[in-house]
Design a binder for this molecule. Structure first.
Ligand code: PLP
Length: 452
């Protein structure tokens, strides 16, 4: 009764979990990590096919990150960055991140970085900055924000409002008023019979234009998007989607926020998802792989124009009254700096490009399986959508828990993946080898046959 399993059930609330089910099933207790593998309390080895939560980009035993954290802990374990205080790692990280992140125009990078501890906080910050910016430029009524159905931006009140997943709103009294959700650019699910992908993109762009007109461009402050939707099911948009969306936004003076919390730092096979999908953001949020998940840290990066407005507004009001106790934590900054150094030295983007075809082609080879509706993905993120009927594309009723059953079959073969309502998600550490990808693929193929 005093076992960790019993105490977990007795005392620990698990996020994003069916709480009643947890009381009967108990936790999967993870003991330690070894490269891209985790080892549970019973000694079972599991390849982490989701890199934890899309974040453990360098696996689980990167000694350089441990050393970077230890050095900084010993030197100065904490300092705040309110009211002019700063530390070397924070300054170095801000310098490096702003230089590497794409800005609003070709060849331009970001101007300033503002730090927090999670993707949700980074997106909350971005939302507040949209309002602050529009106050500064004399258009305070530009308050509404357009996000997209199936987008995921986090779980705090503002970020969960931006999130376009109904279960994140239900009975939490969300979304907040003023957050609008546009159509998800998923051709397989949202395309109409007879529509081409180009026609689908045309329609989404027209819908966006119509939404802006109906609401009034003078009331809309920003559009936020993940370059590739992650949690919503690894939705890779049509190539023309973002450049065309961005044309519409520019015409109406609406800021573009790129949520790079998953896509940033190589996940798509480019350093930034924005680069891969033609986004020129006014603000960019990042977290997760920023520190390879070894320390919680996130950043909201802003363009020169956004920063100039922030400066003017803070001067008018006497203060920029936003920020977190742990924003710019020196240990997080030191770990992030070392993470970026490792990405550079090992040319992580090239590694992703080299091994990604093994995952993407291997999954596409499963496309004819009777349970598989669509295989989609880019770089080292992918989804396999399960259908009850390939022709009608009908999903399985939630009560049948087919993706959960499949994920459990795969887990028995030594691979940990995340089952969503309608399929499986893949997001292994960026350091994954082709041999490990083969193990994942073999487990998925066997699991599919067992589920049939
Ligand atoms: N944005 C995206 C695209 C995410 O995938 C996530 C988390 O999965 C978040 C924001 C929220 O990040 P966090 O869970 O660190 O608050």
């Amino acid at each position: 009764l005093n076992s960790p399993y019993a105490r977990d059930i007795a005392h620990h609330v698990h996020p994003q979990t069916n709480l009643r089910l947890h009381e009967s099933e108990g936790p999967l207790l993870i003991d330690r990590g070894d490269g891209c593998t985790i080892i549970d309390a019973e000694g079972n080895r599991l390849i982490e096919g989701m890199a934890g939560m899309w974040c453990a980009s360098l696996g689980f035993s990167e000694q350089r990150l441990v050393d970077a954290a230890t050095r900084q802990m010993q030197r100065l374990p904490y300092m705040q960055t309110f009211a002019h205080r700063s530390t070397d790692p924070v300054i170095d990280l801000a310098t490096e991140l702003t230089a590497m992140a794409p800005g609003p125009r070709a060849g331009e990078s970001m101007a300033k970085a503002l730090f927090a501890c999670s993707g949700s906080e980074a997106n909350d910050t971005a939302m507040k900055l949209v309002w602050y910016y529009h106050h500064a430029i004399g258009r305070p009524e530009k308050r509404k924000i357009i996000a997209r159905r199936r987008g995921y931006h986090g779980t705090t009140i503002a970020a969960a409002s931006l999130t376009g997943l109904p279960n994140m709103h239900q009975d939490f009294n969300l979304p907040l008023p003023g957050v609008l959700h546009a159509t998800c650019p998923h051709f397989y699910r949202e395309g109409r019979p007879g529509e081409t992908e180009a026609g689908f993109t045309d329609r989404l762009v027209q819908e966006l234009e119509a939404l802006i007109e109906a609401e009034g461009a003078a009331t809309i402050g920003a559009f936020i998007a993940e370059p590739v939707m992650g949690t919503g099911g690894v939705v890779v948009p049509p190539a023309e989607y973002f450049p065309r969306v961005q044309d519409v936004l520019r015409r109406h003076g609406i800021l573009m926020i790129a949520d790079e919390v998953i896509c940033g730092f190589g996940r798509t096979g480019a350093m930034w998802g924005s680069e891969a999908f033609g986004i020129r953001p006014d603000m960019l949020t990042c977290a997760k792989a920023l520190s390879a998940a070894y320390f919680p840290i996130s950043a909201t990066l802003v363009s020169e124009a956004v920063y100039e407005a922030m400066r003017a507004e803070s001067d008018k009001l006497g203060n920029f009254s936003h920020g977190f106790t742990y924003g710019g934590h020196p240990v997080g900054a030191a770990v992030a700096l070392e993470t970026l150094a490792i990405y550079r030295e090992r040319d992580i983007v090239s590694h992703v490009r080299r091994v990604a075809p093994r995952l993407q082609d291997g999954l596409r080879a499963l496309a004819d399986h009777p349970l598989v509706g669509e295989v989609r993905g880019v770089g080292l993120m992918a989804a396999l959508e399960l259908v009850a009927d390939k022709d009608t594309r009908a999903s399985f009723p939630a009560a049948r828990k087919v993706p959960g059953y499949l994920a459990a079959c795969i887990q028995k073969r030594g691979v940990l993946l995340r089952g969503r309502d309608d399929g499986l998600l893949f997001s292994p550490p960026l350091t994954i080898s082709e041999a490990e990808i083969d193990t994942i693929l073999a487990a998925v193929a066997t699991g599919l046959d067992e589920t049939l």
